[in-house]
Design a protein around this ligand. Structure first.
Ligand code: ADP
Length: 570
């Protein structure tokens, strides 16, 4: 196509040179312009220049022949200018025109027609080539698409093959690692390649064999430790039960088997209540489990085994894992039978001694009263003062003895309690009535707000009255004139709840729990409040014997509230 274009261009250039030469001739023949031989010859050179290009660029059939004819005709034509000049100069313009028409016009027309033929031949060839090129380009495109599709498919197949070849060992390695993570230690990898993956497999195998060794030795140690702990637990003479978080038995020791008459083998994985049907203990365990404290103490239970009475302090300890989640509980039944027996002896002894004190104290009090009312004669001032002091001290001692007797009674066996179903309204009313005069004289109001329809409760009326009396008496002691005492009664969570609230001096935070201990009295110098420090501990004993709870809520300077509960029976 490039050669064709070259020939077309050469023909065009030759035609332009020829036409310009012919114009020079015509100018000369028809006008009087003098011919420029130089311009004519320049065009001749130009013509030959393009002729040579064409002569060396023959590509099409017949082109050679036209080139030869052009050469022949142009050789003739190029001689025209001097001859026409001569005829014009000698014979005039018409002769020169005639001579031109007869001799040169034919050459001119022929050359033009041959040049056009060359152009046509090359143009035809060029268009033909163009469509050939287009066709072969289209074909090439199809071939290329086909090759691309084949290349993509084969590339995909080859890539899958190699990916699989290279990744399979990695997958094997990954699966083995996951198995090791799950705890299967014998997952050696059998990759024998000598590349990096092979080296990695060797390292991996070495690592798991070391891990295996480590696990065996750790397991061994753990087993040893476990057996040791187990032996300790088993050999403890106090009953121990280990529960999981669903209260199912994980472990119990021989003492537990003996005291609760169960076999470990039958008890394992069973719910606590299935093997020990004592609701009180279970309630205590549940409260311990739900409480925030890790050690939850003091629930004294009694058991009769082989005709003997035993006392246990139930201590619940929560077991936690490394992230502090509760994983179970250890329940230790600390055998306090000996202590209880000692306590009983002590209580009975104190009770007996106190009783022994009662009679002489009564006669001292009678004696002082006789001396004071002058039935035995007049006393001077000093003697009267002395008798007053003896009377005061004897009264205090008598109150203390009364309290000690009361405490001994409360601490001794339950059979000293006489339970009956009574209405709390009547008990409270009677108690309040007792303090009516005292409250009036101290200018203290006593308000009673009891909910309607409070249920009957199973209580020892005398003992419960003692508790309420003691709480009201304390409130009166520790409340300033003009103050107020409120007694509130309502039902809360299957318990009857009685609160004795005052707006007195209150109790410092650090003593709130301590006031229930024996002989604890706070330094209340500003008030003339006498007492033994036994009242609240007696009250606690009595309330607990009723299976209730007693506690205090107080803010120093803002009054105190003593609350106790009694379970409501069906
Ligand atoms: P006491 O015979 O001394 O009253 P209690 O055991 O009844 O013995 O009380 C112990 C101590 O608790 C009292 O000495 C007193 O300091 C304190 N206490 C008891 N009740 C109240 C109260 N309502 N207000 C302030 N303090 C009280």
């Amino acid at each position: 196509m490039v050669d064709n274009y070259k020939s077309i261009n050469a023909s065009r250039q030759m035609l332009e040179a020829l036409e310009e030469q012919n114009s020079i001739l015509f100018d000369y023949m028809y006008s009087n312009n003098l011919p420029s031989a130089e311009a004519f010859n320049k065009k001749t050179s130009l013509f030959y220049k393009w002729f040579n290009i064409e002569e060396n660029n023959i590509t099409e059939k017949g082109e050679q022949q036209y080139v030869a004819l052009i050469k022949y005709n142009y050789v003739k034509y190029q001689t025209s200018l001097p001859i026409i000049q001569k005829i014009r100069d000698t014979s005039g313009i018409p002769s020169s025109i005639r001579y031109y028409n007869q001799n040169y016009n034919n050459y001119y027309i022929s050359i033009r027609s041959y040049l056009k033929n060359i152009s046509t031949i090359n143009e035809t060839a060029m268009f033909k080539n163009k469509s050939n090129v287009t066709n072969s380009a289209t074909n090439s495109m199809y071939v290329l698409i086909l090759l691309s599709v084949i290349a993509i498919f084969s590339g995909f197949i080859i890539a899958s093959f190699f990916t699989d070849k290279f990744l399979r060992p990695l997958y094997t390695l990954k699966n083995n690692m996951m198995a090791v993570k799950e705890g299967y230690m014998h997952q050696e990898v059998s990759i024998n390649s000598s590349d990096e993956i092979g080296a990695l497999s060797i390292e991996f195998n070495q690592m798991i064999s070391r891990l295996d060794l480590f696990e065996k030795s750790t397991k061994g140690k753990l087993l040893q430790e476990k057996n040791k702990s187990l032996a300790i637990v088993k050999s403890i003479s106090d009953p121990i039960i280990v529960l999981d978080t669903n209260f199912k038995v994980v472990l119990l020791n021989s003492a537990c088997e003996y005291f609760f008459n169960i076999k470990e083998i039958d008890a394992l994985n069973k719910h606590f209540l299935e093997i020990i049907r004592i609701g009180d203990i279970f309630d205590h365990i549940v409260s311990a489990y739900n409480s925030s404290a890790d050690k939850y103490m003091t629930k004294i239970i009694s058991l009769t085994v082989d005709g003997k009475d035993f006392y246990f302090d139930t201590i619940v300890t929560k077991v936690r894992d490394e992230v502090m989640n509760i994983t179970g509980m250890i329940i230790l039944f600390q055998n306090i039978t000996k202590l209880k027996k000692l306590e009983k002896v002590k209580t009975e002894f104190v009770y007996m001694i106190s009783h022994e004190f009662k009679t002489p104290l009564t006669s001292i009090m009678m004696g002082t009263s006789l001396i004071k009312n002058k039935s035995l004669g007049e006393l001077n001032e000093k003697q009267l003062e002395l008798v007053d002091t003896i009377e005061d001290d004897t009264e205090r001692l008598s109150a203390l003895v009364t309290d000690i007797i009361q405490l001994s009674k409360a601490e001794s066996e339950n059979d000293m309690f006489y339970f009956e179903k009574v209405s709390i309204y009547s008990i409270i009313e009677a108690c309040v009535r007792t303090f009516y005069e005292q409250a009036l004289s101290k200018d203290i109001n006593i308000l009673v707000t009891l909910d309607d329809n409070l249920p009957l409760v199973l209580v020892d009326t005398e003992k419960l009255s003692w508790v309420i009396n003691n709480l009201i008496s304390n409130s009166l002691k520790y409340t300033k004139p003009g103050g107020c005492i409120t007694i509130i009664g309502n039902v809360m969570q299957n318990n009857l709840r009685i609160a004795v609230k005052d707006d007195g001096i209150g109790i410092p935070k650090e003593f709130i729990d301590k006031v229930f201990d024996k002989f604890v009295r706070l330094d209340n110098d500003i008030y003339d409040a006498t007492g033994s420090g036994l009242g609240l501990s007696i009250a606690r004993e009595i309330v607990e014997t009723h299976r209730g709870k007693i506690w205090c809520e107080s803010t120093e300077g803002n009054g105190s509230c003593f609350i106790f509960t009694l379970p409501i029976q069906d």
